[in-house]
Design a protein around this ligand. Structure first.
Ligand SMILES: [Fe+2]
Ligand SMILES: [Fe+2]
Length: 191
């Protein structure tokens, strides 16, 4: 079989869906390569900062690595702004969604809300509420998200910092985004 015969999903057979499942597994194997490609695109996003978004991401991951965070957190730091290219207004959620099947609930939560927590550093200059994150003050991961922004995000715009290159993180990224590590709740949300 090269392609399934149905034109409406309702007409597909078990054999069709097993075949498509196999094709999808092969496609998902290419996910780390696509994430790496997308990270490289960050070198062109958002001007005006002292460093590119790619350098910011490398700095974030490098600081997390040097602070001996888990590999999961290092890779999460690396991709935390990957949504900036396609979802500039909701980038945290996009990165969190990409990570979700491969990381703990805690890491997912930190990345999902890092944009809101990060407002603490600038929103008051623009008439916004820098304490918007206070609504999560009682949350079990509140302090973790505060710390992520303080140590691995707001401080990662230093052109002098000696970040590791993307290649340094590639093996970690490939280990994290392995199909076998993925939780299967994407099974229900896929279509
Ligand atoms: Fe961000
Ligand atoms: Fe960031």
């Amino acid at each position: 079989m090269e392609v399934v015969g149905f034109k409406r999903m309702a007409d597909g057979s078990r054999e069709d869906y097993e075949f498509l499942g196999e094709m999808e597994r092969k496609f998902v194997d290419g996910l780390p390569d696509r994430i790496l490609t997308q990270l490289r695109l960050l070198s062109e996003s958002f001007s005006g900062y002292p460093v590119s978004r790619l350098e910011h991401s490398l700095q974030s991951a490098t600081r997390a690595h040097r602070a001996e965070e888990t590999e999961e957190m290092v890779v999460a730091a690396l991709v935390h702004d990957i949504g900036d290219v396609l979802a500039p207004m909701s980038h945290s959620e996009m990165a969190a969604s990409i990570l979700r099947p491969f990381v703990s609930e805690k890491t997912y939560w930190i990345i999902k809300y890092h944009g809101l927590f990060q407002m603490y550093y600038y929103a008051h200059h623009l008439g916004g509420d820098r304490n918007a994150r206070a609504r999560f003050a009682e949350h079990r991961w509140y302090n973790d998200a505060v710390r992520f922004c303080e140590e691995y995000d707001q401080n990662c715009f230093d052109p002098e910092y000696d970040s590791e290159p993307l290649e340094f993180f590639e093996p970690m990224l490939r280990r994290l985004f392995r199909h076998e590590n993925a939780s299967d709740d994407n099974m229900v949300s896929r279509v």
